[in-house]
Design a protein. Structure first.
Length: 204
C-alpha cells in the first residue's frame, strides 16, 4: 500500500489553507519531506500561490492584538504588554498602512541596544587609523566607500538608526577607514571640480 494513502489529505489541505506551514505539517503528522513532495506532485496537496502565501504570512506573523477603548482602537505592544493608540507606534510603510509591532518607547530601547552593539563592532576598525596617513583621532576618521553600488548608505546612518549588525557588516565590506583630509584628496583626484582645475592652472 502506498504510504501517502494513510494521511487524510483533505484535512491536511484545510489546515494548510488555514495557515499551517509545510514544516509544521511534517512535524504534526510525522511525515518525511519526500512524502510531502510526492503529495504535491500528485496534487494531493495544492501549494499556495505567491500572493496567497504572502497574505497567510502577513496574517500569521504581522497581525496585532487590538482592543477598543472609548471608541479608540488600541494595539498591544509585544514587549511591554501594554495597549496604546496607533499614534504611539512608528510607521513601517505609511502607504500600505503598516506600523512596527513595538511601541515607540520599546522601539527606542531596542535602537539604543543595537547602537551599542554597532559601536562596539566599529571601534576596533577605527583604532587602526587612516589607511593612508595613519591618523587615529576618532573625530576626523570616516568610512570611505571604495566599492560603489546603488545601495550605498552612510555607516553613521546605520549606527544612528540602530539597524541590524549584518547590514553594517555588508556596508563595511565596501569601505576603508580614512581621515577627512585623505578622503577629500582621494575623491578630489577622482572627480576634480572646475574650480580646482582653474586654481591649478592659475598656479602654473
Amino acid at each position: 500500500m502506498n504510504r501517502t494513502t494513510k494521511y487524510d489529505w483533505v484535512q491536511i489541505q484545510k489546515e494548510y489553507d488555514a495557515g499551517l506551514s509545510q514544516t509544521e505539517i511534517k512535524e504534526k503528522y510525522g511525515m518525511s519531506t519526500c512524502t510531502l513532495f510526492k503529495a504535491v506532485r500528485r496534487k494531493a496537496l495544492i501549494c499556495r500561490s505567491k500572493s496567497v502565501a504572502a497574505k497567510v504570512w502577513s496574517n500569521k506573523f504581522c497581525s496585532y492584538k487590538t482592543r477598543h477603548n472609548n471608541g479608540v482602537e488600541e494595539k498591544l505592544c509585544p514587549d511591554c504588554k501594554n495597549y496604546y493608540p496607533s499614534d504611539k507606534f512608528y510607521w513601517k510603510n505609511i502607504y500600505n498602512n503598516k506600523q512596527v509591532a513595538k511601541c515607540k518607547i520599546c522601539h527606542e530601547i531596542l535602537r539604543k541596544k543595537r547602537r551599542l552593539i554597532l559601536i562596539e563592532y566599529v571601534t576596533p576598525l577605527l583604532k587602526r587609523g587612516c589607511v593612508d596617513c595613519g591618523e587615529t583621532e576618532f573625530a576626523v576618521l570616516e568610512f570611505d566607500h571604495i566599492i560603489k553600488t546603488k545601495t550605498d548608505i552612510r555607516v553613521s546612518g546605520i549606527i544612528s538608526g540602530g539597524q541590524h549588525l549584518p547590514r553594517l557588516k555588508r556596508e563595511l565590506a565596501k569601505c576603508e577607514v580614512r581621515c577627512a583630509n585623505c578622503h577629500t584628496r582621494r575623491h578630489r583626484n577622482e572627480h576634480p571640480s572646475l574650480l580646482l582645475k582653474l586654481l591649478t592652472e592659475s598656479e602654473i
